[in-house]
Design a protein around this ligand. Sequence first.
Ligand SMILES: Nc1ncnc2c1ncn2[C@@H]1O[C@H](COP(=O)(O)OP(=O)(O)O)[C@@H](O)[C@H]1O
Ligand SMILES: [Mg+2]
Length: 272
Amino acid sequence: MALVALASAKGSPGVTTTGLVLGALWPRPVLLAECDPSGSDVAIRMSAPGGQPLNSDRGLVSLAAAGRKGLDDDVIMAHSQQLDGGLDVMVGVRSPEQIGGMGGLWEPLGITFNQMFSADVIADCGRIGPSSPQLPVVQAARMVVLVCTATGSSVAHLRERLGQLVHHVDAKLGVLVVGDPKRREGVKQVWSVLDAMSVPVQHRWHLAYDPAGAAFFDGRGQGRLDRTPLIRTAGDIAAEMAAAVAMPTQHDFDMAQAAFPPGSSDGAWEGR
Ligand SMILES: Nc1ncnc2c1ncn2[C@@H]1O[C@H](COP(=O)(O)OP(=O)(O)O)[C@@H](O)[C@H]1O
Ligand SMILES: [Mg+2]
């Protein structure tokens, strides 16, 4: 199936919230993987079925230890857990200090995410820059979606990051603006900035800026989530995004070929 990497250029535009809401509405089986080196928010904000706390020892860090012998769907799912509501998540590192233990696992992890049999993967890659350790996950994705807000500084950083990213990734590119549904002008300005760039951004989405809706993904929701502008706008986005990544691309074959050259032992990553 497919890996979609969500990331931001700067600030905190709503990558984690977007990942949670898209994961909740995704039309196929999906795993939300927290690959943000700055530390897990899902483990803090969200709960397991019955309102129990999530197990913060089960996730990316436990996978890093187990995954050195090889990665496949079963290993990935063994280090994932379910949120209240049913979404499968792989909880990220507790703090940036734990990133050191990931070693060279980011690249095989990204490639494995992109070719799981049982689920698509939405990776919350947090803020990305040229020296971000999680960059190999972004590079392995079938689609990279940069999340921004409709403010001047967010768009300026988006522009700069897209200009750089295009040299490092071969994936389909998308931009998702978290913007006030009543102020479409701001979102249109983001699109005109993209139009003026030579970078091919194939997909553009507008997710509602909706504090009451976002509060449900922050452990503070009240009332009916399904009636919020956030959910209403995210439903169409999840459907479009899932459709756009449904078919493997040449990029996927090239990545897999480079990672598993003919004659190599399938799934073993040791020594890479
Ligand atoms: N669509 C949205 N509408 C309103 N507030 C949002 C939205 N998305 C995120 N937020 C809020 O913005 C803050 C940062 O969101 P978060 O998803 O953690 O961003 P990031 O992962 O980019 O750091 C949180 O308080 C969250 O509730
Ligand atoms: Mg985040």
